[in-house]
Design a protein around this ligand. Sequence first.
Ligand code: AHR
Length: 497
Amino acid sequence: AFAQVSVTIDAAHPGAVINKNVYGQFAEHLGTGIYEGMWVGPGSKIPNTKGWRNDVVGALKDLHVPLVRWPGGCFADEYHWRDGTGPRAKRPVKVNTNWGGVEESNAVGTHEFFDLVEMLGADAYVNGNLGSGTPQEMSEWVEYMTSDSKSTLANLRRKNGREKPFKLAYFGIGNEAWGCGGNMTPEYYTGMYKHFKSFLKAPEATRPKFIASGGNDNDTKWTDVISRDAAHETDGISFHYYTIPTGKWEVKGAATGFDEAQWIATLANTLKIDGMITNNVAKLDKNDPDKKIGLFVDEWGTWYDVEKGTNAGFLFQQNTMRDAVVAALNFNIFHAHAERVRMTNIAQMVNVLQAMIITDKDKMILTPTYHAYQMYVPFQDATSLPVALANNVPYRVGGVSIPGVSASAARGKDGKLWLALVNTNPGQPVDVALDVGGRHIAAVNGQLLTAAAMDAHNTFQQATTVKPVPFSARAAGGKLSVKLPAKAVVVVAVEVQ
Ligand code: AHR
């Protein structure tokens, strides 16, 4: 007999709304994440709209991508926006010093980026250059994007093809200021942030929300100092955490061909973000009791050793069933912190790190991570509901132990009661008994993602090795239990009578 875990959903005490931007994406000028992976240019034989690949954009639309962060990452603090405007043939070619030292054609710039987000129906999160730019350059970029006046810059935007201001939802002021963004201390950065922010004067109707660049991993000082000293100038503070199997940057671990010790180490490391968020939220609660400031996890995901034979600066890695489980565990954690975690951006959308899509010339495959995002769409803007787990037998390998089951529930915008379940154990199924305040549960219906191998993944030859299948269960006498296969992600609508 398998252990039975009980999952109790408290539908009578709804929590915070899970902002749809929790399902946001990140697209940096890095490797083939933008060029090739998404942008092929209007002259390409690969079918495209305004230069953006139709196949990739179509697949991303199915994910209801709510928000895209661009142009970096580390790239943002060396990016000069004027390089990416005007006739493409005349744009300066730069060196992408952060990512492989390759040539940056600047073919994708502000107008192209907004073409993409407008096609996706997503909000724009543009990240400005604090590290190597000036307040003047940054303020002029914001004016260029947001002004409806007849100023020279607004008219330049019109000359470049855009009559009305762009809808700039979020503007980030620097990135990883503790590292590639300028090697600053939190105090120094906060001063710089306020300095730059003083000159970003968008008209109220088109003013973006402003994001300060925060800390990473176990460091809470950035959240503390920024929310203490710039509380009135910021709408959100970013936070970054990458999941590395070994926990060490030098040798991270492979994306495929790993053993069970690496499986559990990866999941155990990813679960650490829960405590990190809690500790950052404690700083916010101290400095911002009115909860005006969001904690935006604007970079997260798995980071493995790059695939053999690929450019080390391109951060290209395969994506397996393990990545889908990582994604789902993070989603469940983000939901639990929905009150403050109002945005996250997985790194990155296409061909880079934990990607949704991998492309090869005119072909593309959807990764297991893509499928996890697709299954969780009903959680976008849903209202989180408390979930209690009992008898949650730990999954153990060697000295490492993690909860066997992770669960999250919410009332969807569609009125349905949605439940997500993850079985972290790659070798054992588990029975989950459901309870919704003692009410009669008729059935659950939704999707299941699982696979035979821990490192099961999709390839250009076998593109559907990992893909969701329909999943349902009926009640017996008003009680319902769900059998989760080993290493599984399940998202179901619960029918309660
Ligand atoms: O996502 C890749 C890089 O990771 C980003 O450019 C940077 O912000 C982080 O260090």
